[in-house]
Design a binder for this molecule. Sequence first.
Ligand code: MN
Length: 263
Amino acid sequence: MKILVTNDDGVHSPGLWALAEALKDQGDVTVVAPDRDQSGVGAAMTLLDVVRAAEIKSPVEGIEAFAVQGTPADCVILATEALVSEPIDIVVSGINQGANLGLDIINSGTMGGAFQGFFRGKPSIAVSVTSLTDVRFEAGAQAAAALVATIAANGMSTPMLLNMNLPNIAADQIESVEVTKLGPRAYIESVERGHDGRRTHYWIRHNKPVNHNVAEGTDVWAVRNKRVSITPIHALFEHTDGAADLQAMADAVSSRLGVNGRS
Ligand code: MN
């Protein structure tokens, strides 16, 4: 089992190494992670500049590790195409400091790395703990190891992209482990205005909680209720409602373009 571990908090994040340490019993682990914090970059990739990578000394013994001047998606692309000689069987991204829930995952660099593994046909898992400070990584690391061990033993009928979030509590305080649906956005952004000399600047903060009453069975509900949430991500960008509205729009475009409606 060749396991690629990446993250978006950067190669110095303790969550990355807690994950690598827990996974090294499950197979051959290589860490390829951004050289700095890349939180919030989503699945962005670097196309207009060179990407540099340097092998570094891993704090976990027996693990090959690289720091990449790039995004989590860059890390997975470089790992699979250039840095790791054996085929990668599974990609695990995390452990992120902070939740990645609901439609917030669009912006998540943790998910961006996992998406890139999934696009390459590999089972891919994102792991996050719902706190920015005093984060407990132990339960998340053990949960990730259990997922990887299960996939190694049973395989997967189809390679899946899984988004796992854990409340920031000790394992013996966790109520249950739930397979959930992606909820609504958990947070939207606020902006703080500041002044440096003559100029105004802005800080975008991803910190304004929304959707306080979320449905049971969603990832947001689960972690707010001391549950571990495992969400399979599939066909994220589909929208099946509003067929009549959409036909009217297609007709309007057709009319404006003078299309004859051949079908
Ligand atoms: Mn992060």
